[in-house]
Design a protein around this ligand. Structure first.
Ligand SMILES: Cc1cc2nc3c(=O)[nH]c(=O)nc-3n(C[C@H](O)[C@H](O)[C@H](O)COP(=O)(O)OP(=O)(O)OC[C@H]3O[C@@H](n4cnc5c(N)ncnc54)[C@H](O)[C@@H]3O)c2cc1C
Length: 308
């Protein structure tokens, strides 16, 4: 284990592991810390990662990516990071166990939390594995061509997701989680697209034989769907970016240019915490950009040091 690191990366998802691979191949001493909660670990099988025409399971992809980065010299370690600070051109992260680790560059690839639909944890995970609960129309709408699809969340986001999914199926129903917050324009667009909007709010869900029974308030009989897309928003894990002084946008994300650098010299943010498209291929691209920028930042520091 080196006594000095060139770069710390928080996050071992597609973003952090791509950055680690590039850093290692730039002959940098790079350490990845993660708490084993990459969203990619929850994907049964993705079909839109280029190079995997038969699909790849999320955990397999992460294992391959970690192995690839380690093969070229990166170190990947499981540890929850509890704080990040900057003192005299060095970043210091502290782990739950009290360890303090520092480096002149820091790449944050901490991802996001999804606001999940209310179901007992084991039922929720079983429904996700079976593809009966889905959270990402861009990722897997294709797999539900012609299916009976429910979108939960009668607001701007729910309307957008329902309209997006309409390309794949003519049987789409939008269900209020609690209240209908659609404006006149959204209502008109949904109507024109032939999307059903139900009046009664969601009461509860029951997983049944690879379908979801959706019980509505004041309604006795459930509606039956092949898949439910909760459109309930996300919370980016931006606490370290914020504590280091990065300003978030009104969506709670860091600026789209952050893979290229932030207002804090030597700090880069990548993947799902960045404003934009939350996808594996995007996080990978961000990782390549941030690592190259961080490497060049270190090279500039080194040549300043040599000149001094
Ligand atoms: C069910 C599901 C299906 C999906 N399907 C697809 C798909 O088909 N195609 C696609 O492109 N995308 C898909 N996605 C989205 C994809 O998973 C994300 O876009 C991708 O994982 C983002 O990568 P990331 O590196 O930014 O973040 P993540 O992969 O979420 O990784 C975040 C990392 O940060 C670490 N971390 C965060 N906070 C801390 C801390 N305090 N201490 C230590 N470590 C920390 C976590 O442990 C984790 O390693 C899907 C997501 C889900 C949930």
């Amino acid at each position: 284990m080196p006594d000095r690191w060139d770069c710390l990366i928080v996050g071992a998802g597609p973003g952090g592991l791509s950055a680690a691979l590039y850093m290692a191949r730039f002959l940098r001493r790079v350490l990845v810390l993660h708490d084993d909660t990459s969203r990619t670990l929850r994907i049964s099988k993705t079909h839109n990662v280029p190079g995997f025409p038969d699909g790849v399971a999320g955990p397999d992809l992460i294992a391959r990516m970690a192995g690839h980065a380690v093969r070229f010299g990166a170190q990947v370690r499981e540890a929850e990071v509890v704080s990040a600070s900057r003192v005299e051109n060095m970043f210091e992260v502290r782990t739950r166990e009290g360890e303090r680790i520092s480096a002149p560059t820091l790449i944050l690839a901490t991802g996001l939390f999804m606001n999940q639909i209310s179901l007992p944890r084991d039922v929720h995970e079983a429904a996700m594995r079976a593809g009966v609960v889905r959270y990402c129309p861009i990722c897997d709408g294709f797999e539900h061509s012609g299916d009976r699809i429910a979108v939960v969340g009668c607001d701007e986001q729910g309307a957008k997701e329902a309209l997006f999914l309409r390309r794949y199926s003519s049987d789409i129903t939008l269900i209020p989680r609690a209240f209908d917050e659609l404006d006149a324009r959204e209502r008109r667009d949904l109507e024109q697209a032939g999307i059903t909007t139900v009046e009664h709010a969601l009461d509860h869900l029951e997983l049944h034989d690879n379908t979801m029974l959706v019980y509505l308030r004041e309604q006795e009989m459930p509606l039956v769907f092949d898949v439910v897309y909760p459109a309930l928003g996300t919370r980016q894990r931006t606490q370290f970016a914020q504590s280091l002084g990065v300003v978030l946008n009104d969506q709670g994300a860091v600026d789209a240019r952050s893979p290229y650098g932030t207002s804090v010299a030597g700090l880069y943010c990548i993947g799902d915490i960045v404003d934009g498209l939350d996808q594996i291929s995007v996080a990978m691209g961000h990782g390549a950009i941030a690592a190259t920028k961080a490497h060049n930042y270190l090279r500039a520091m080194e040549s300043d040091g040599a000149r001094a």
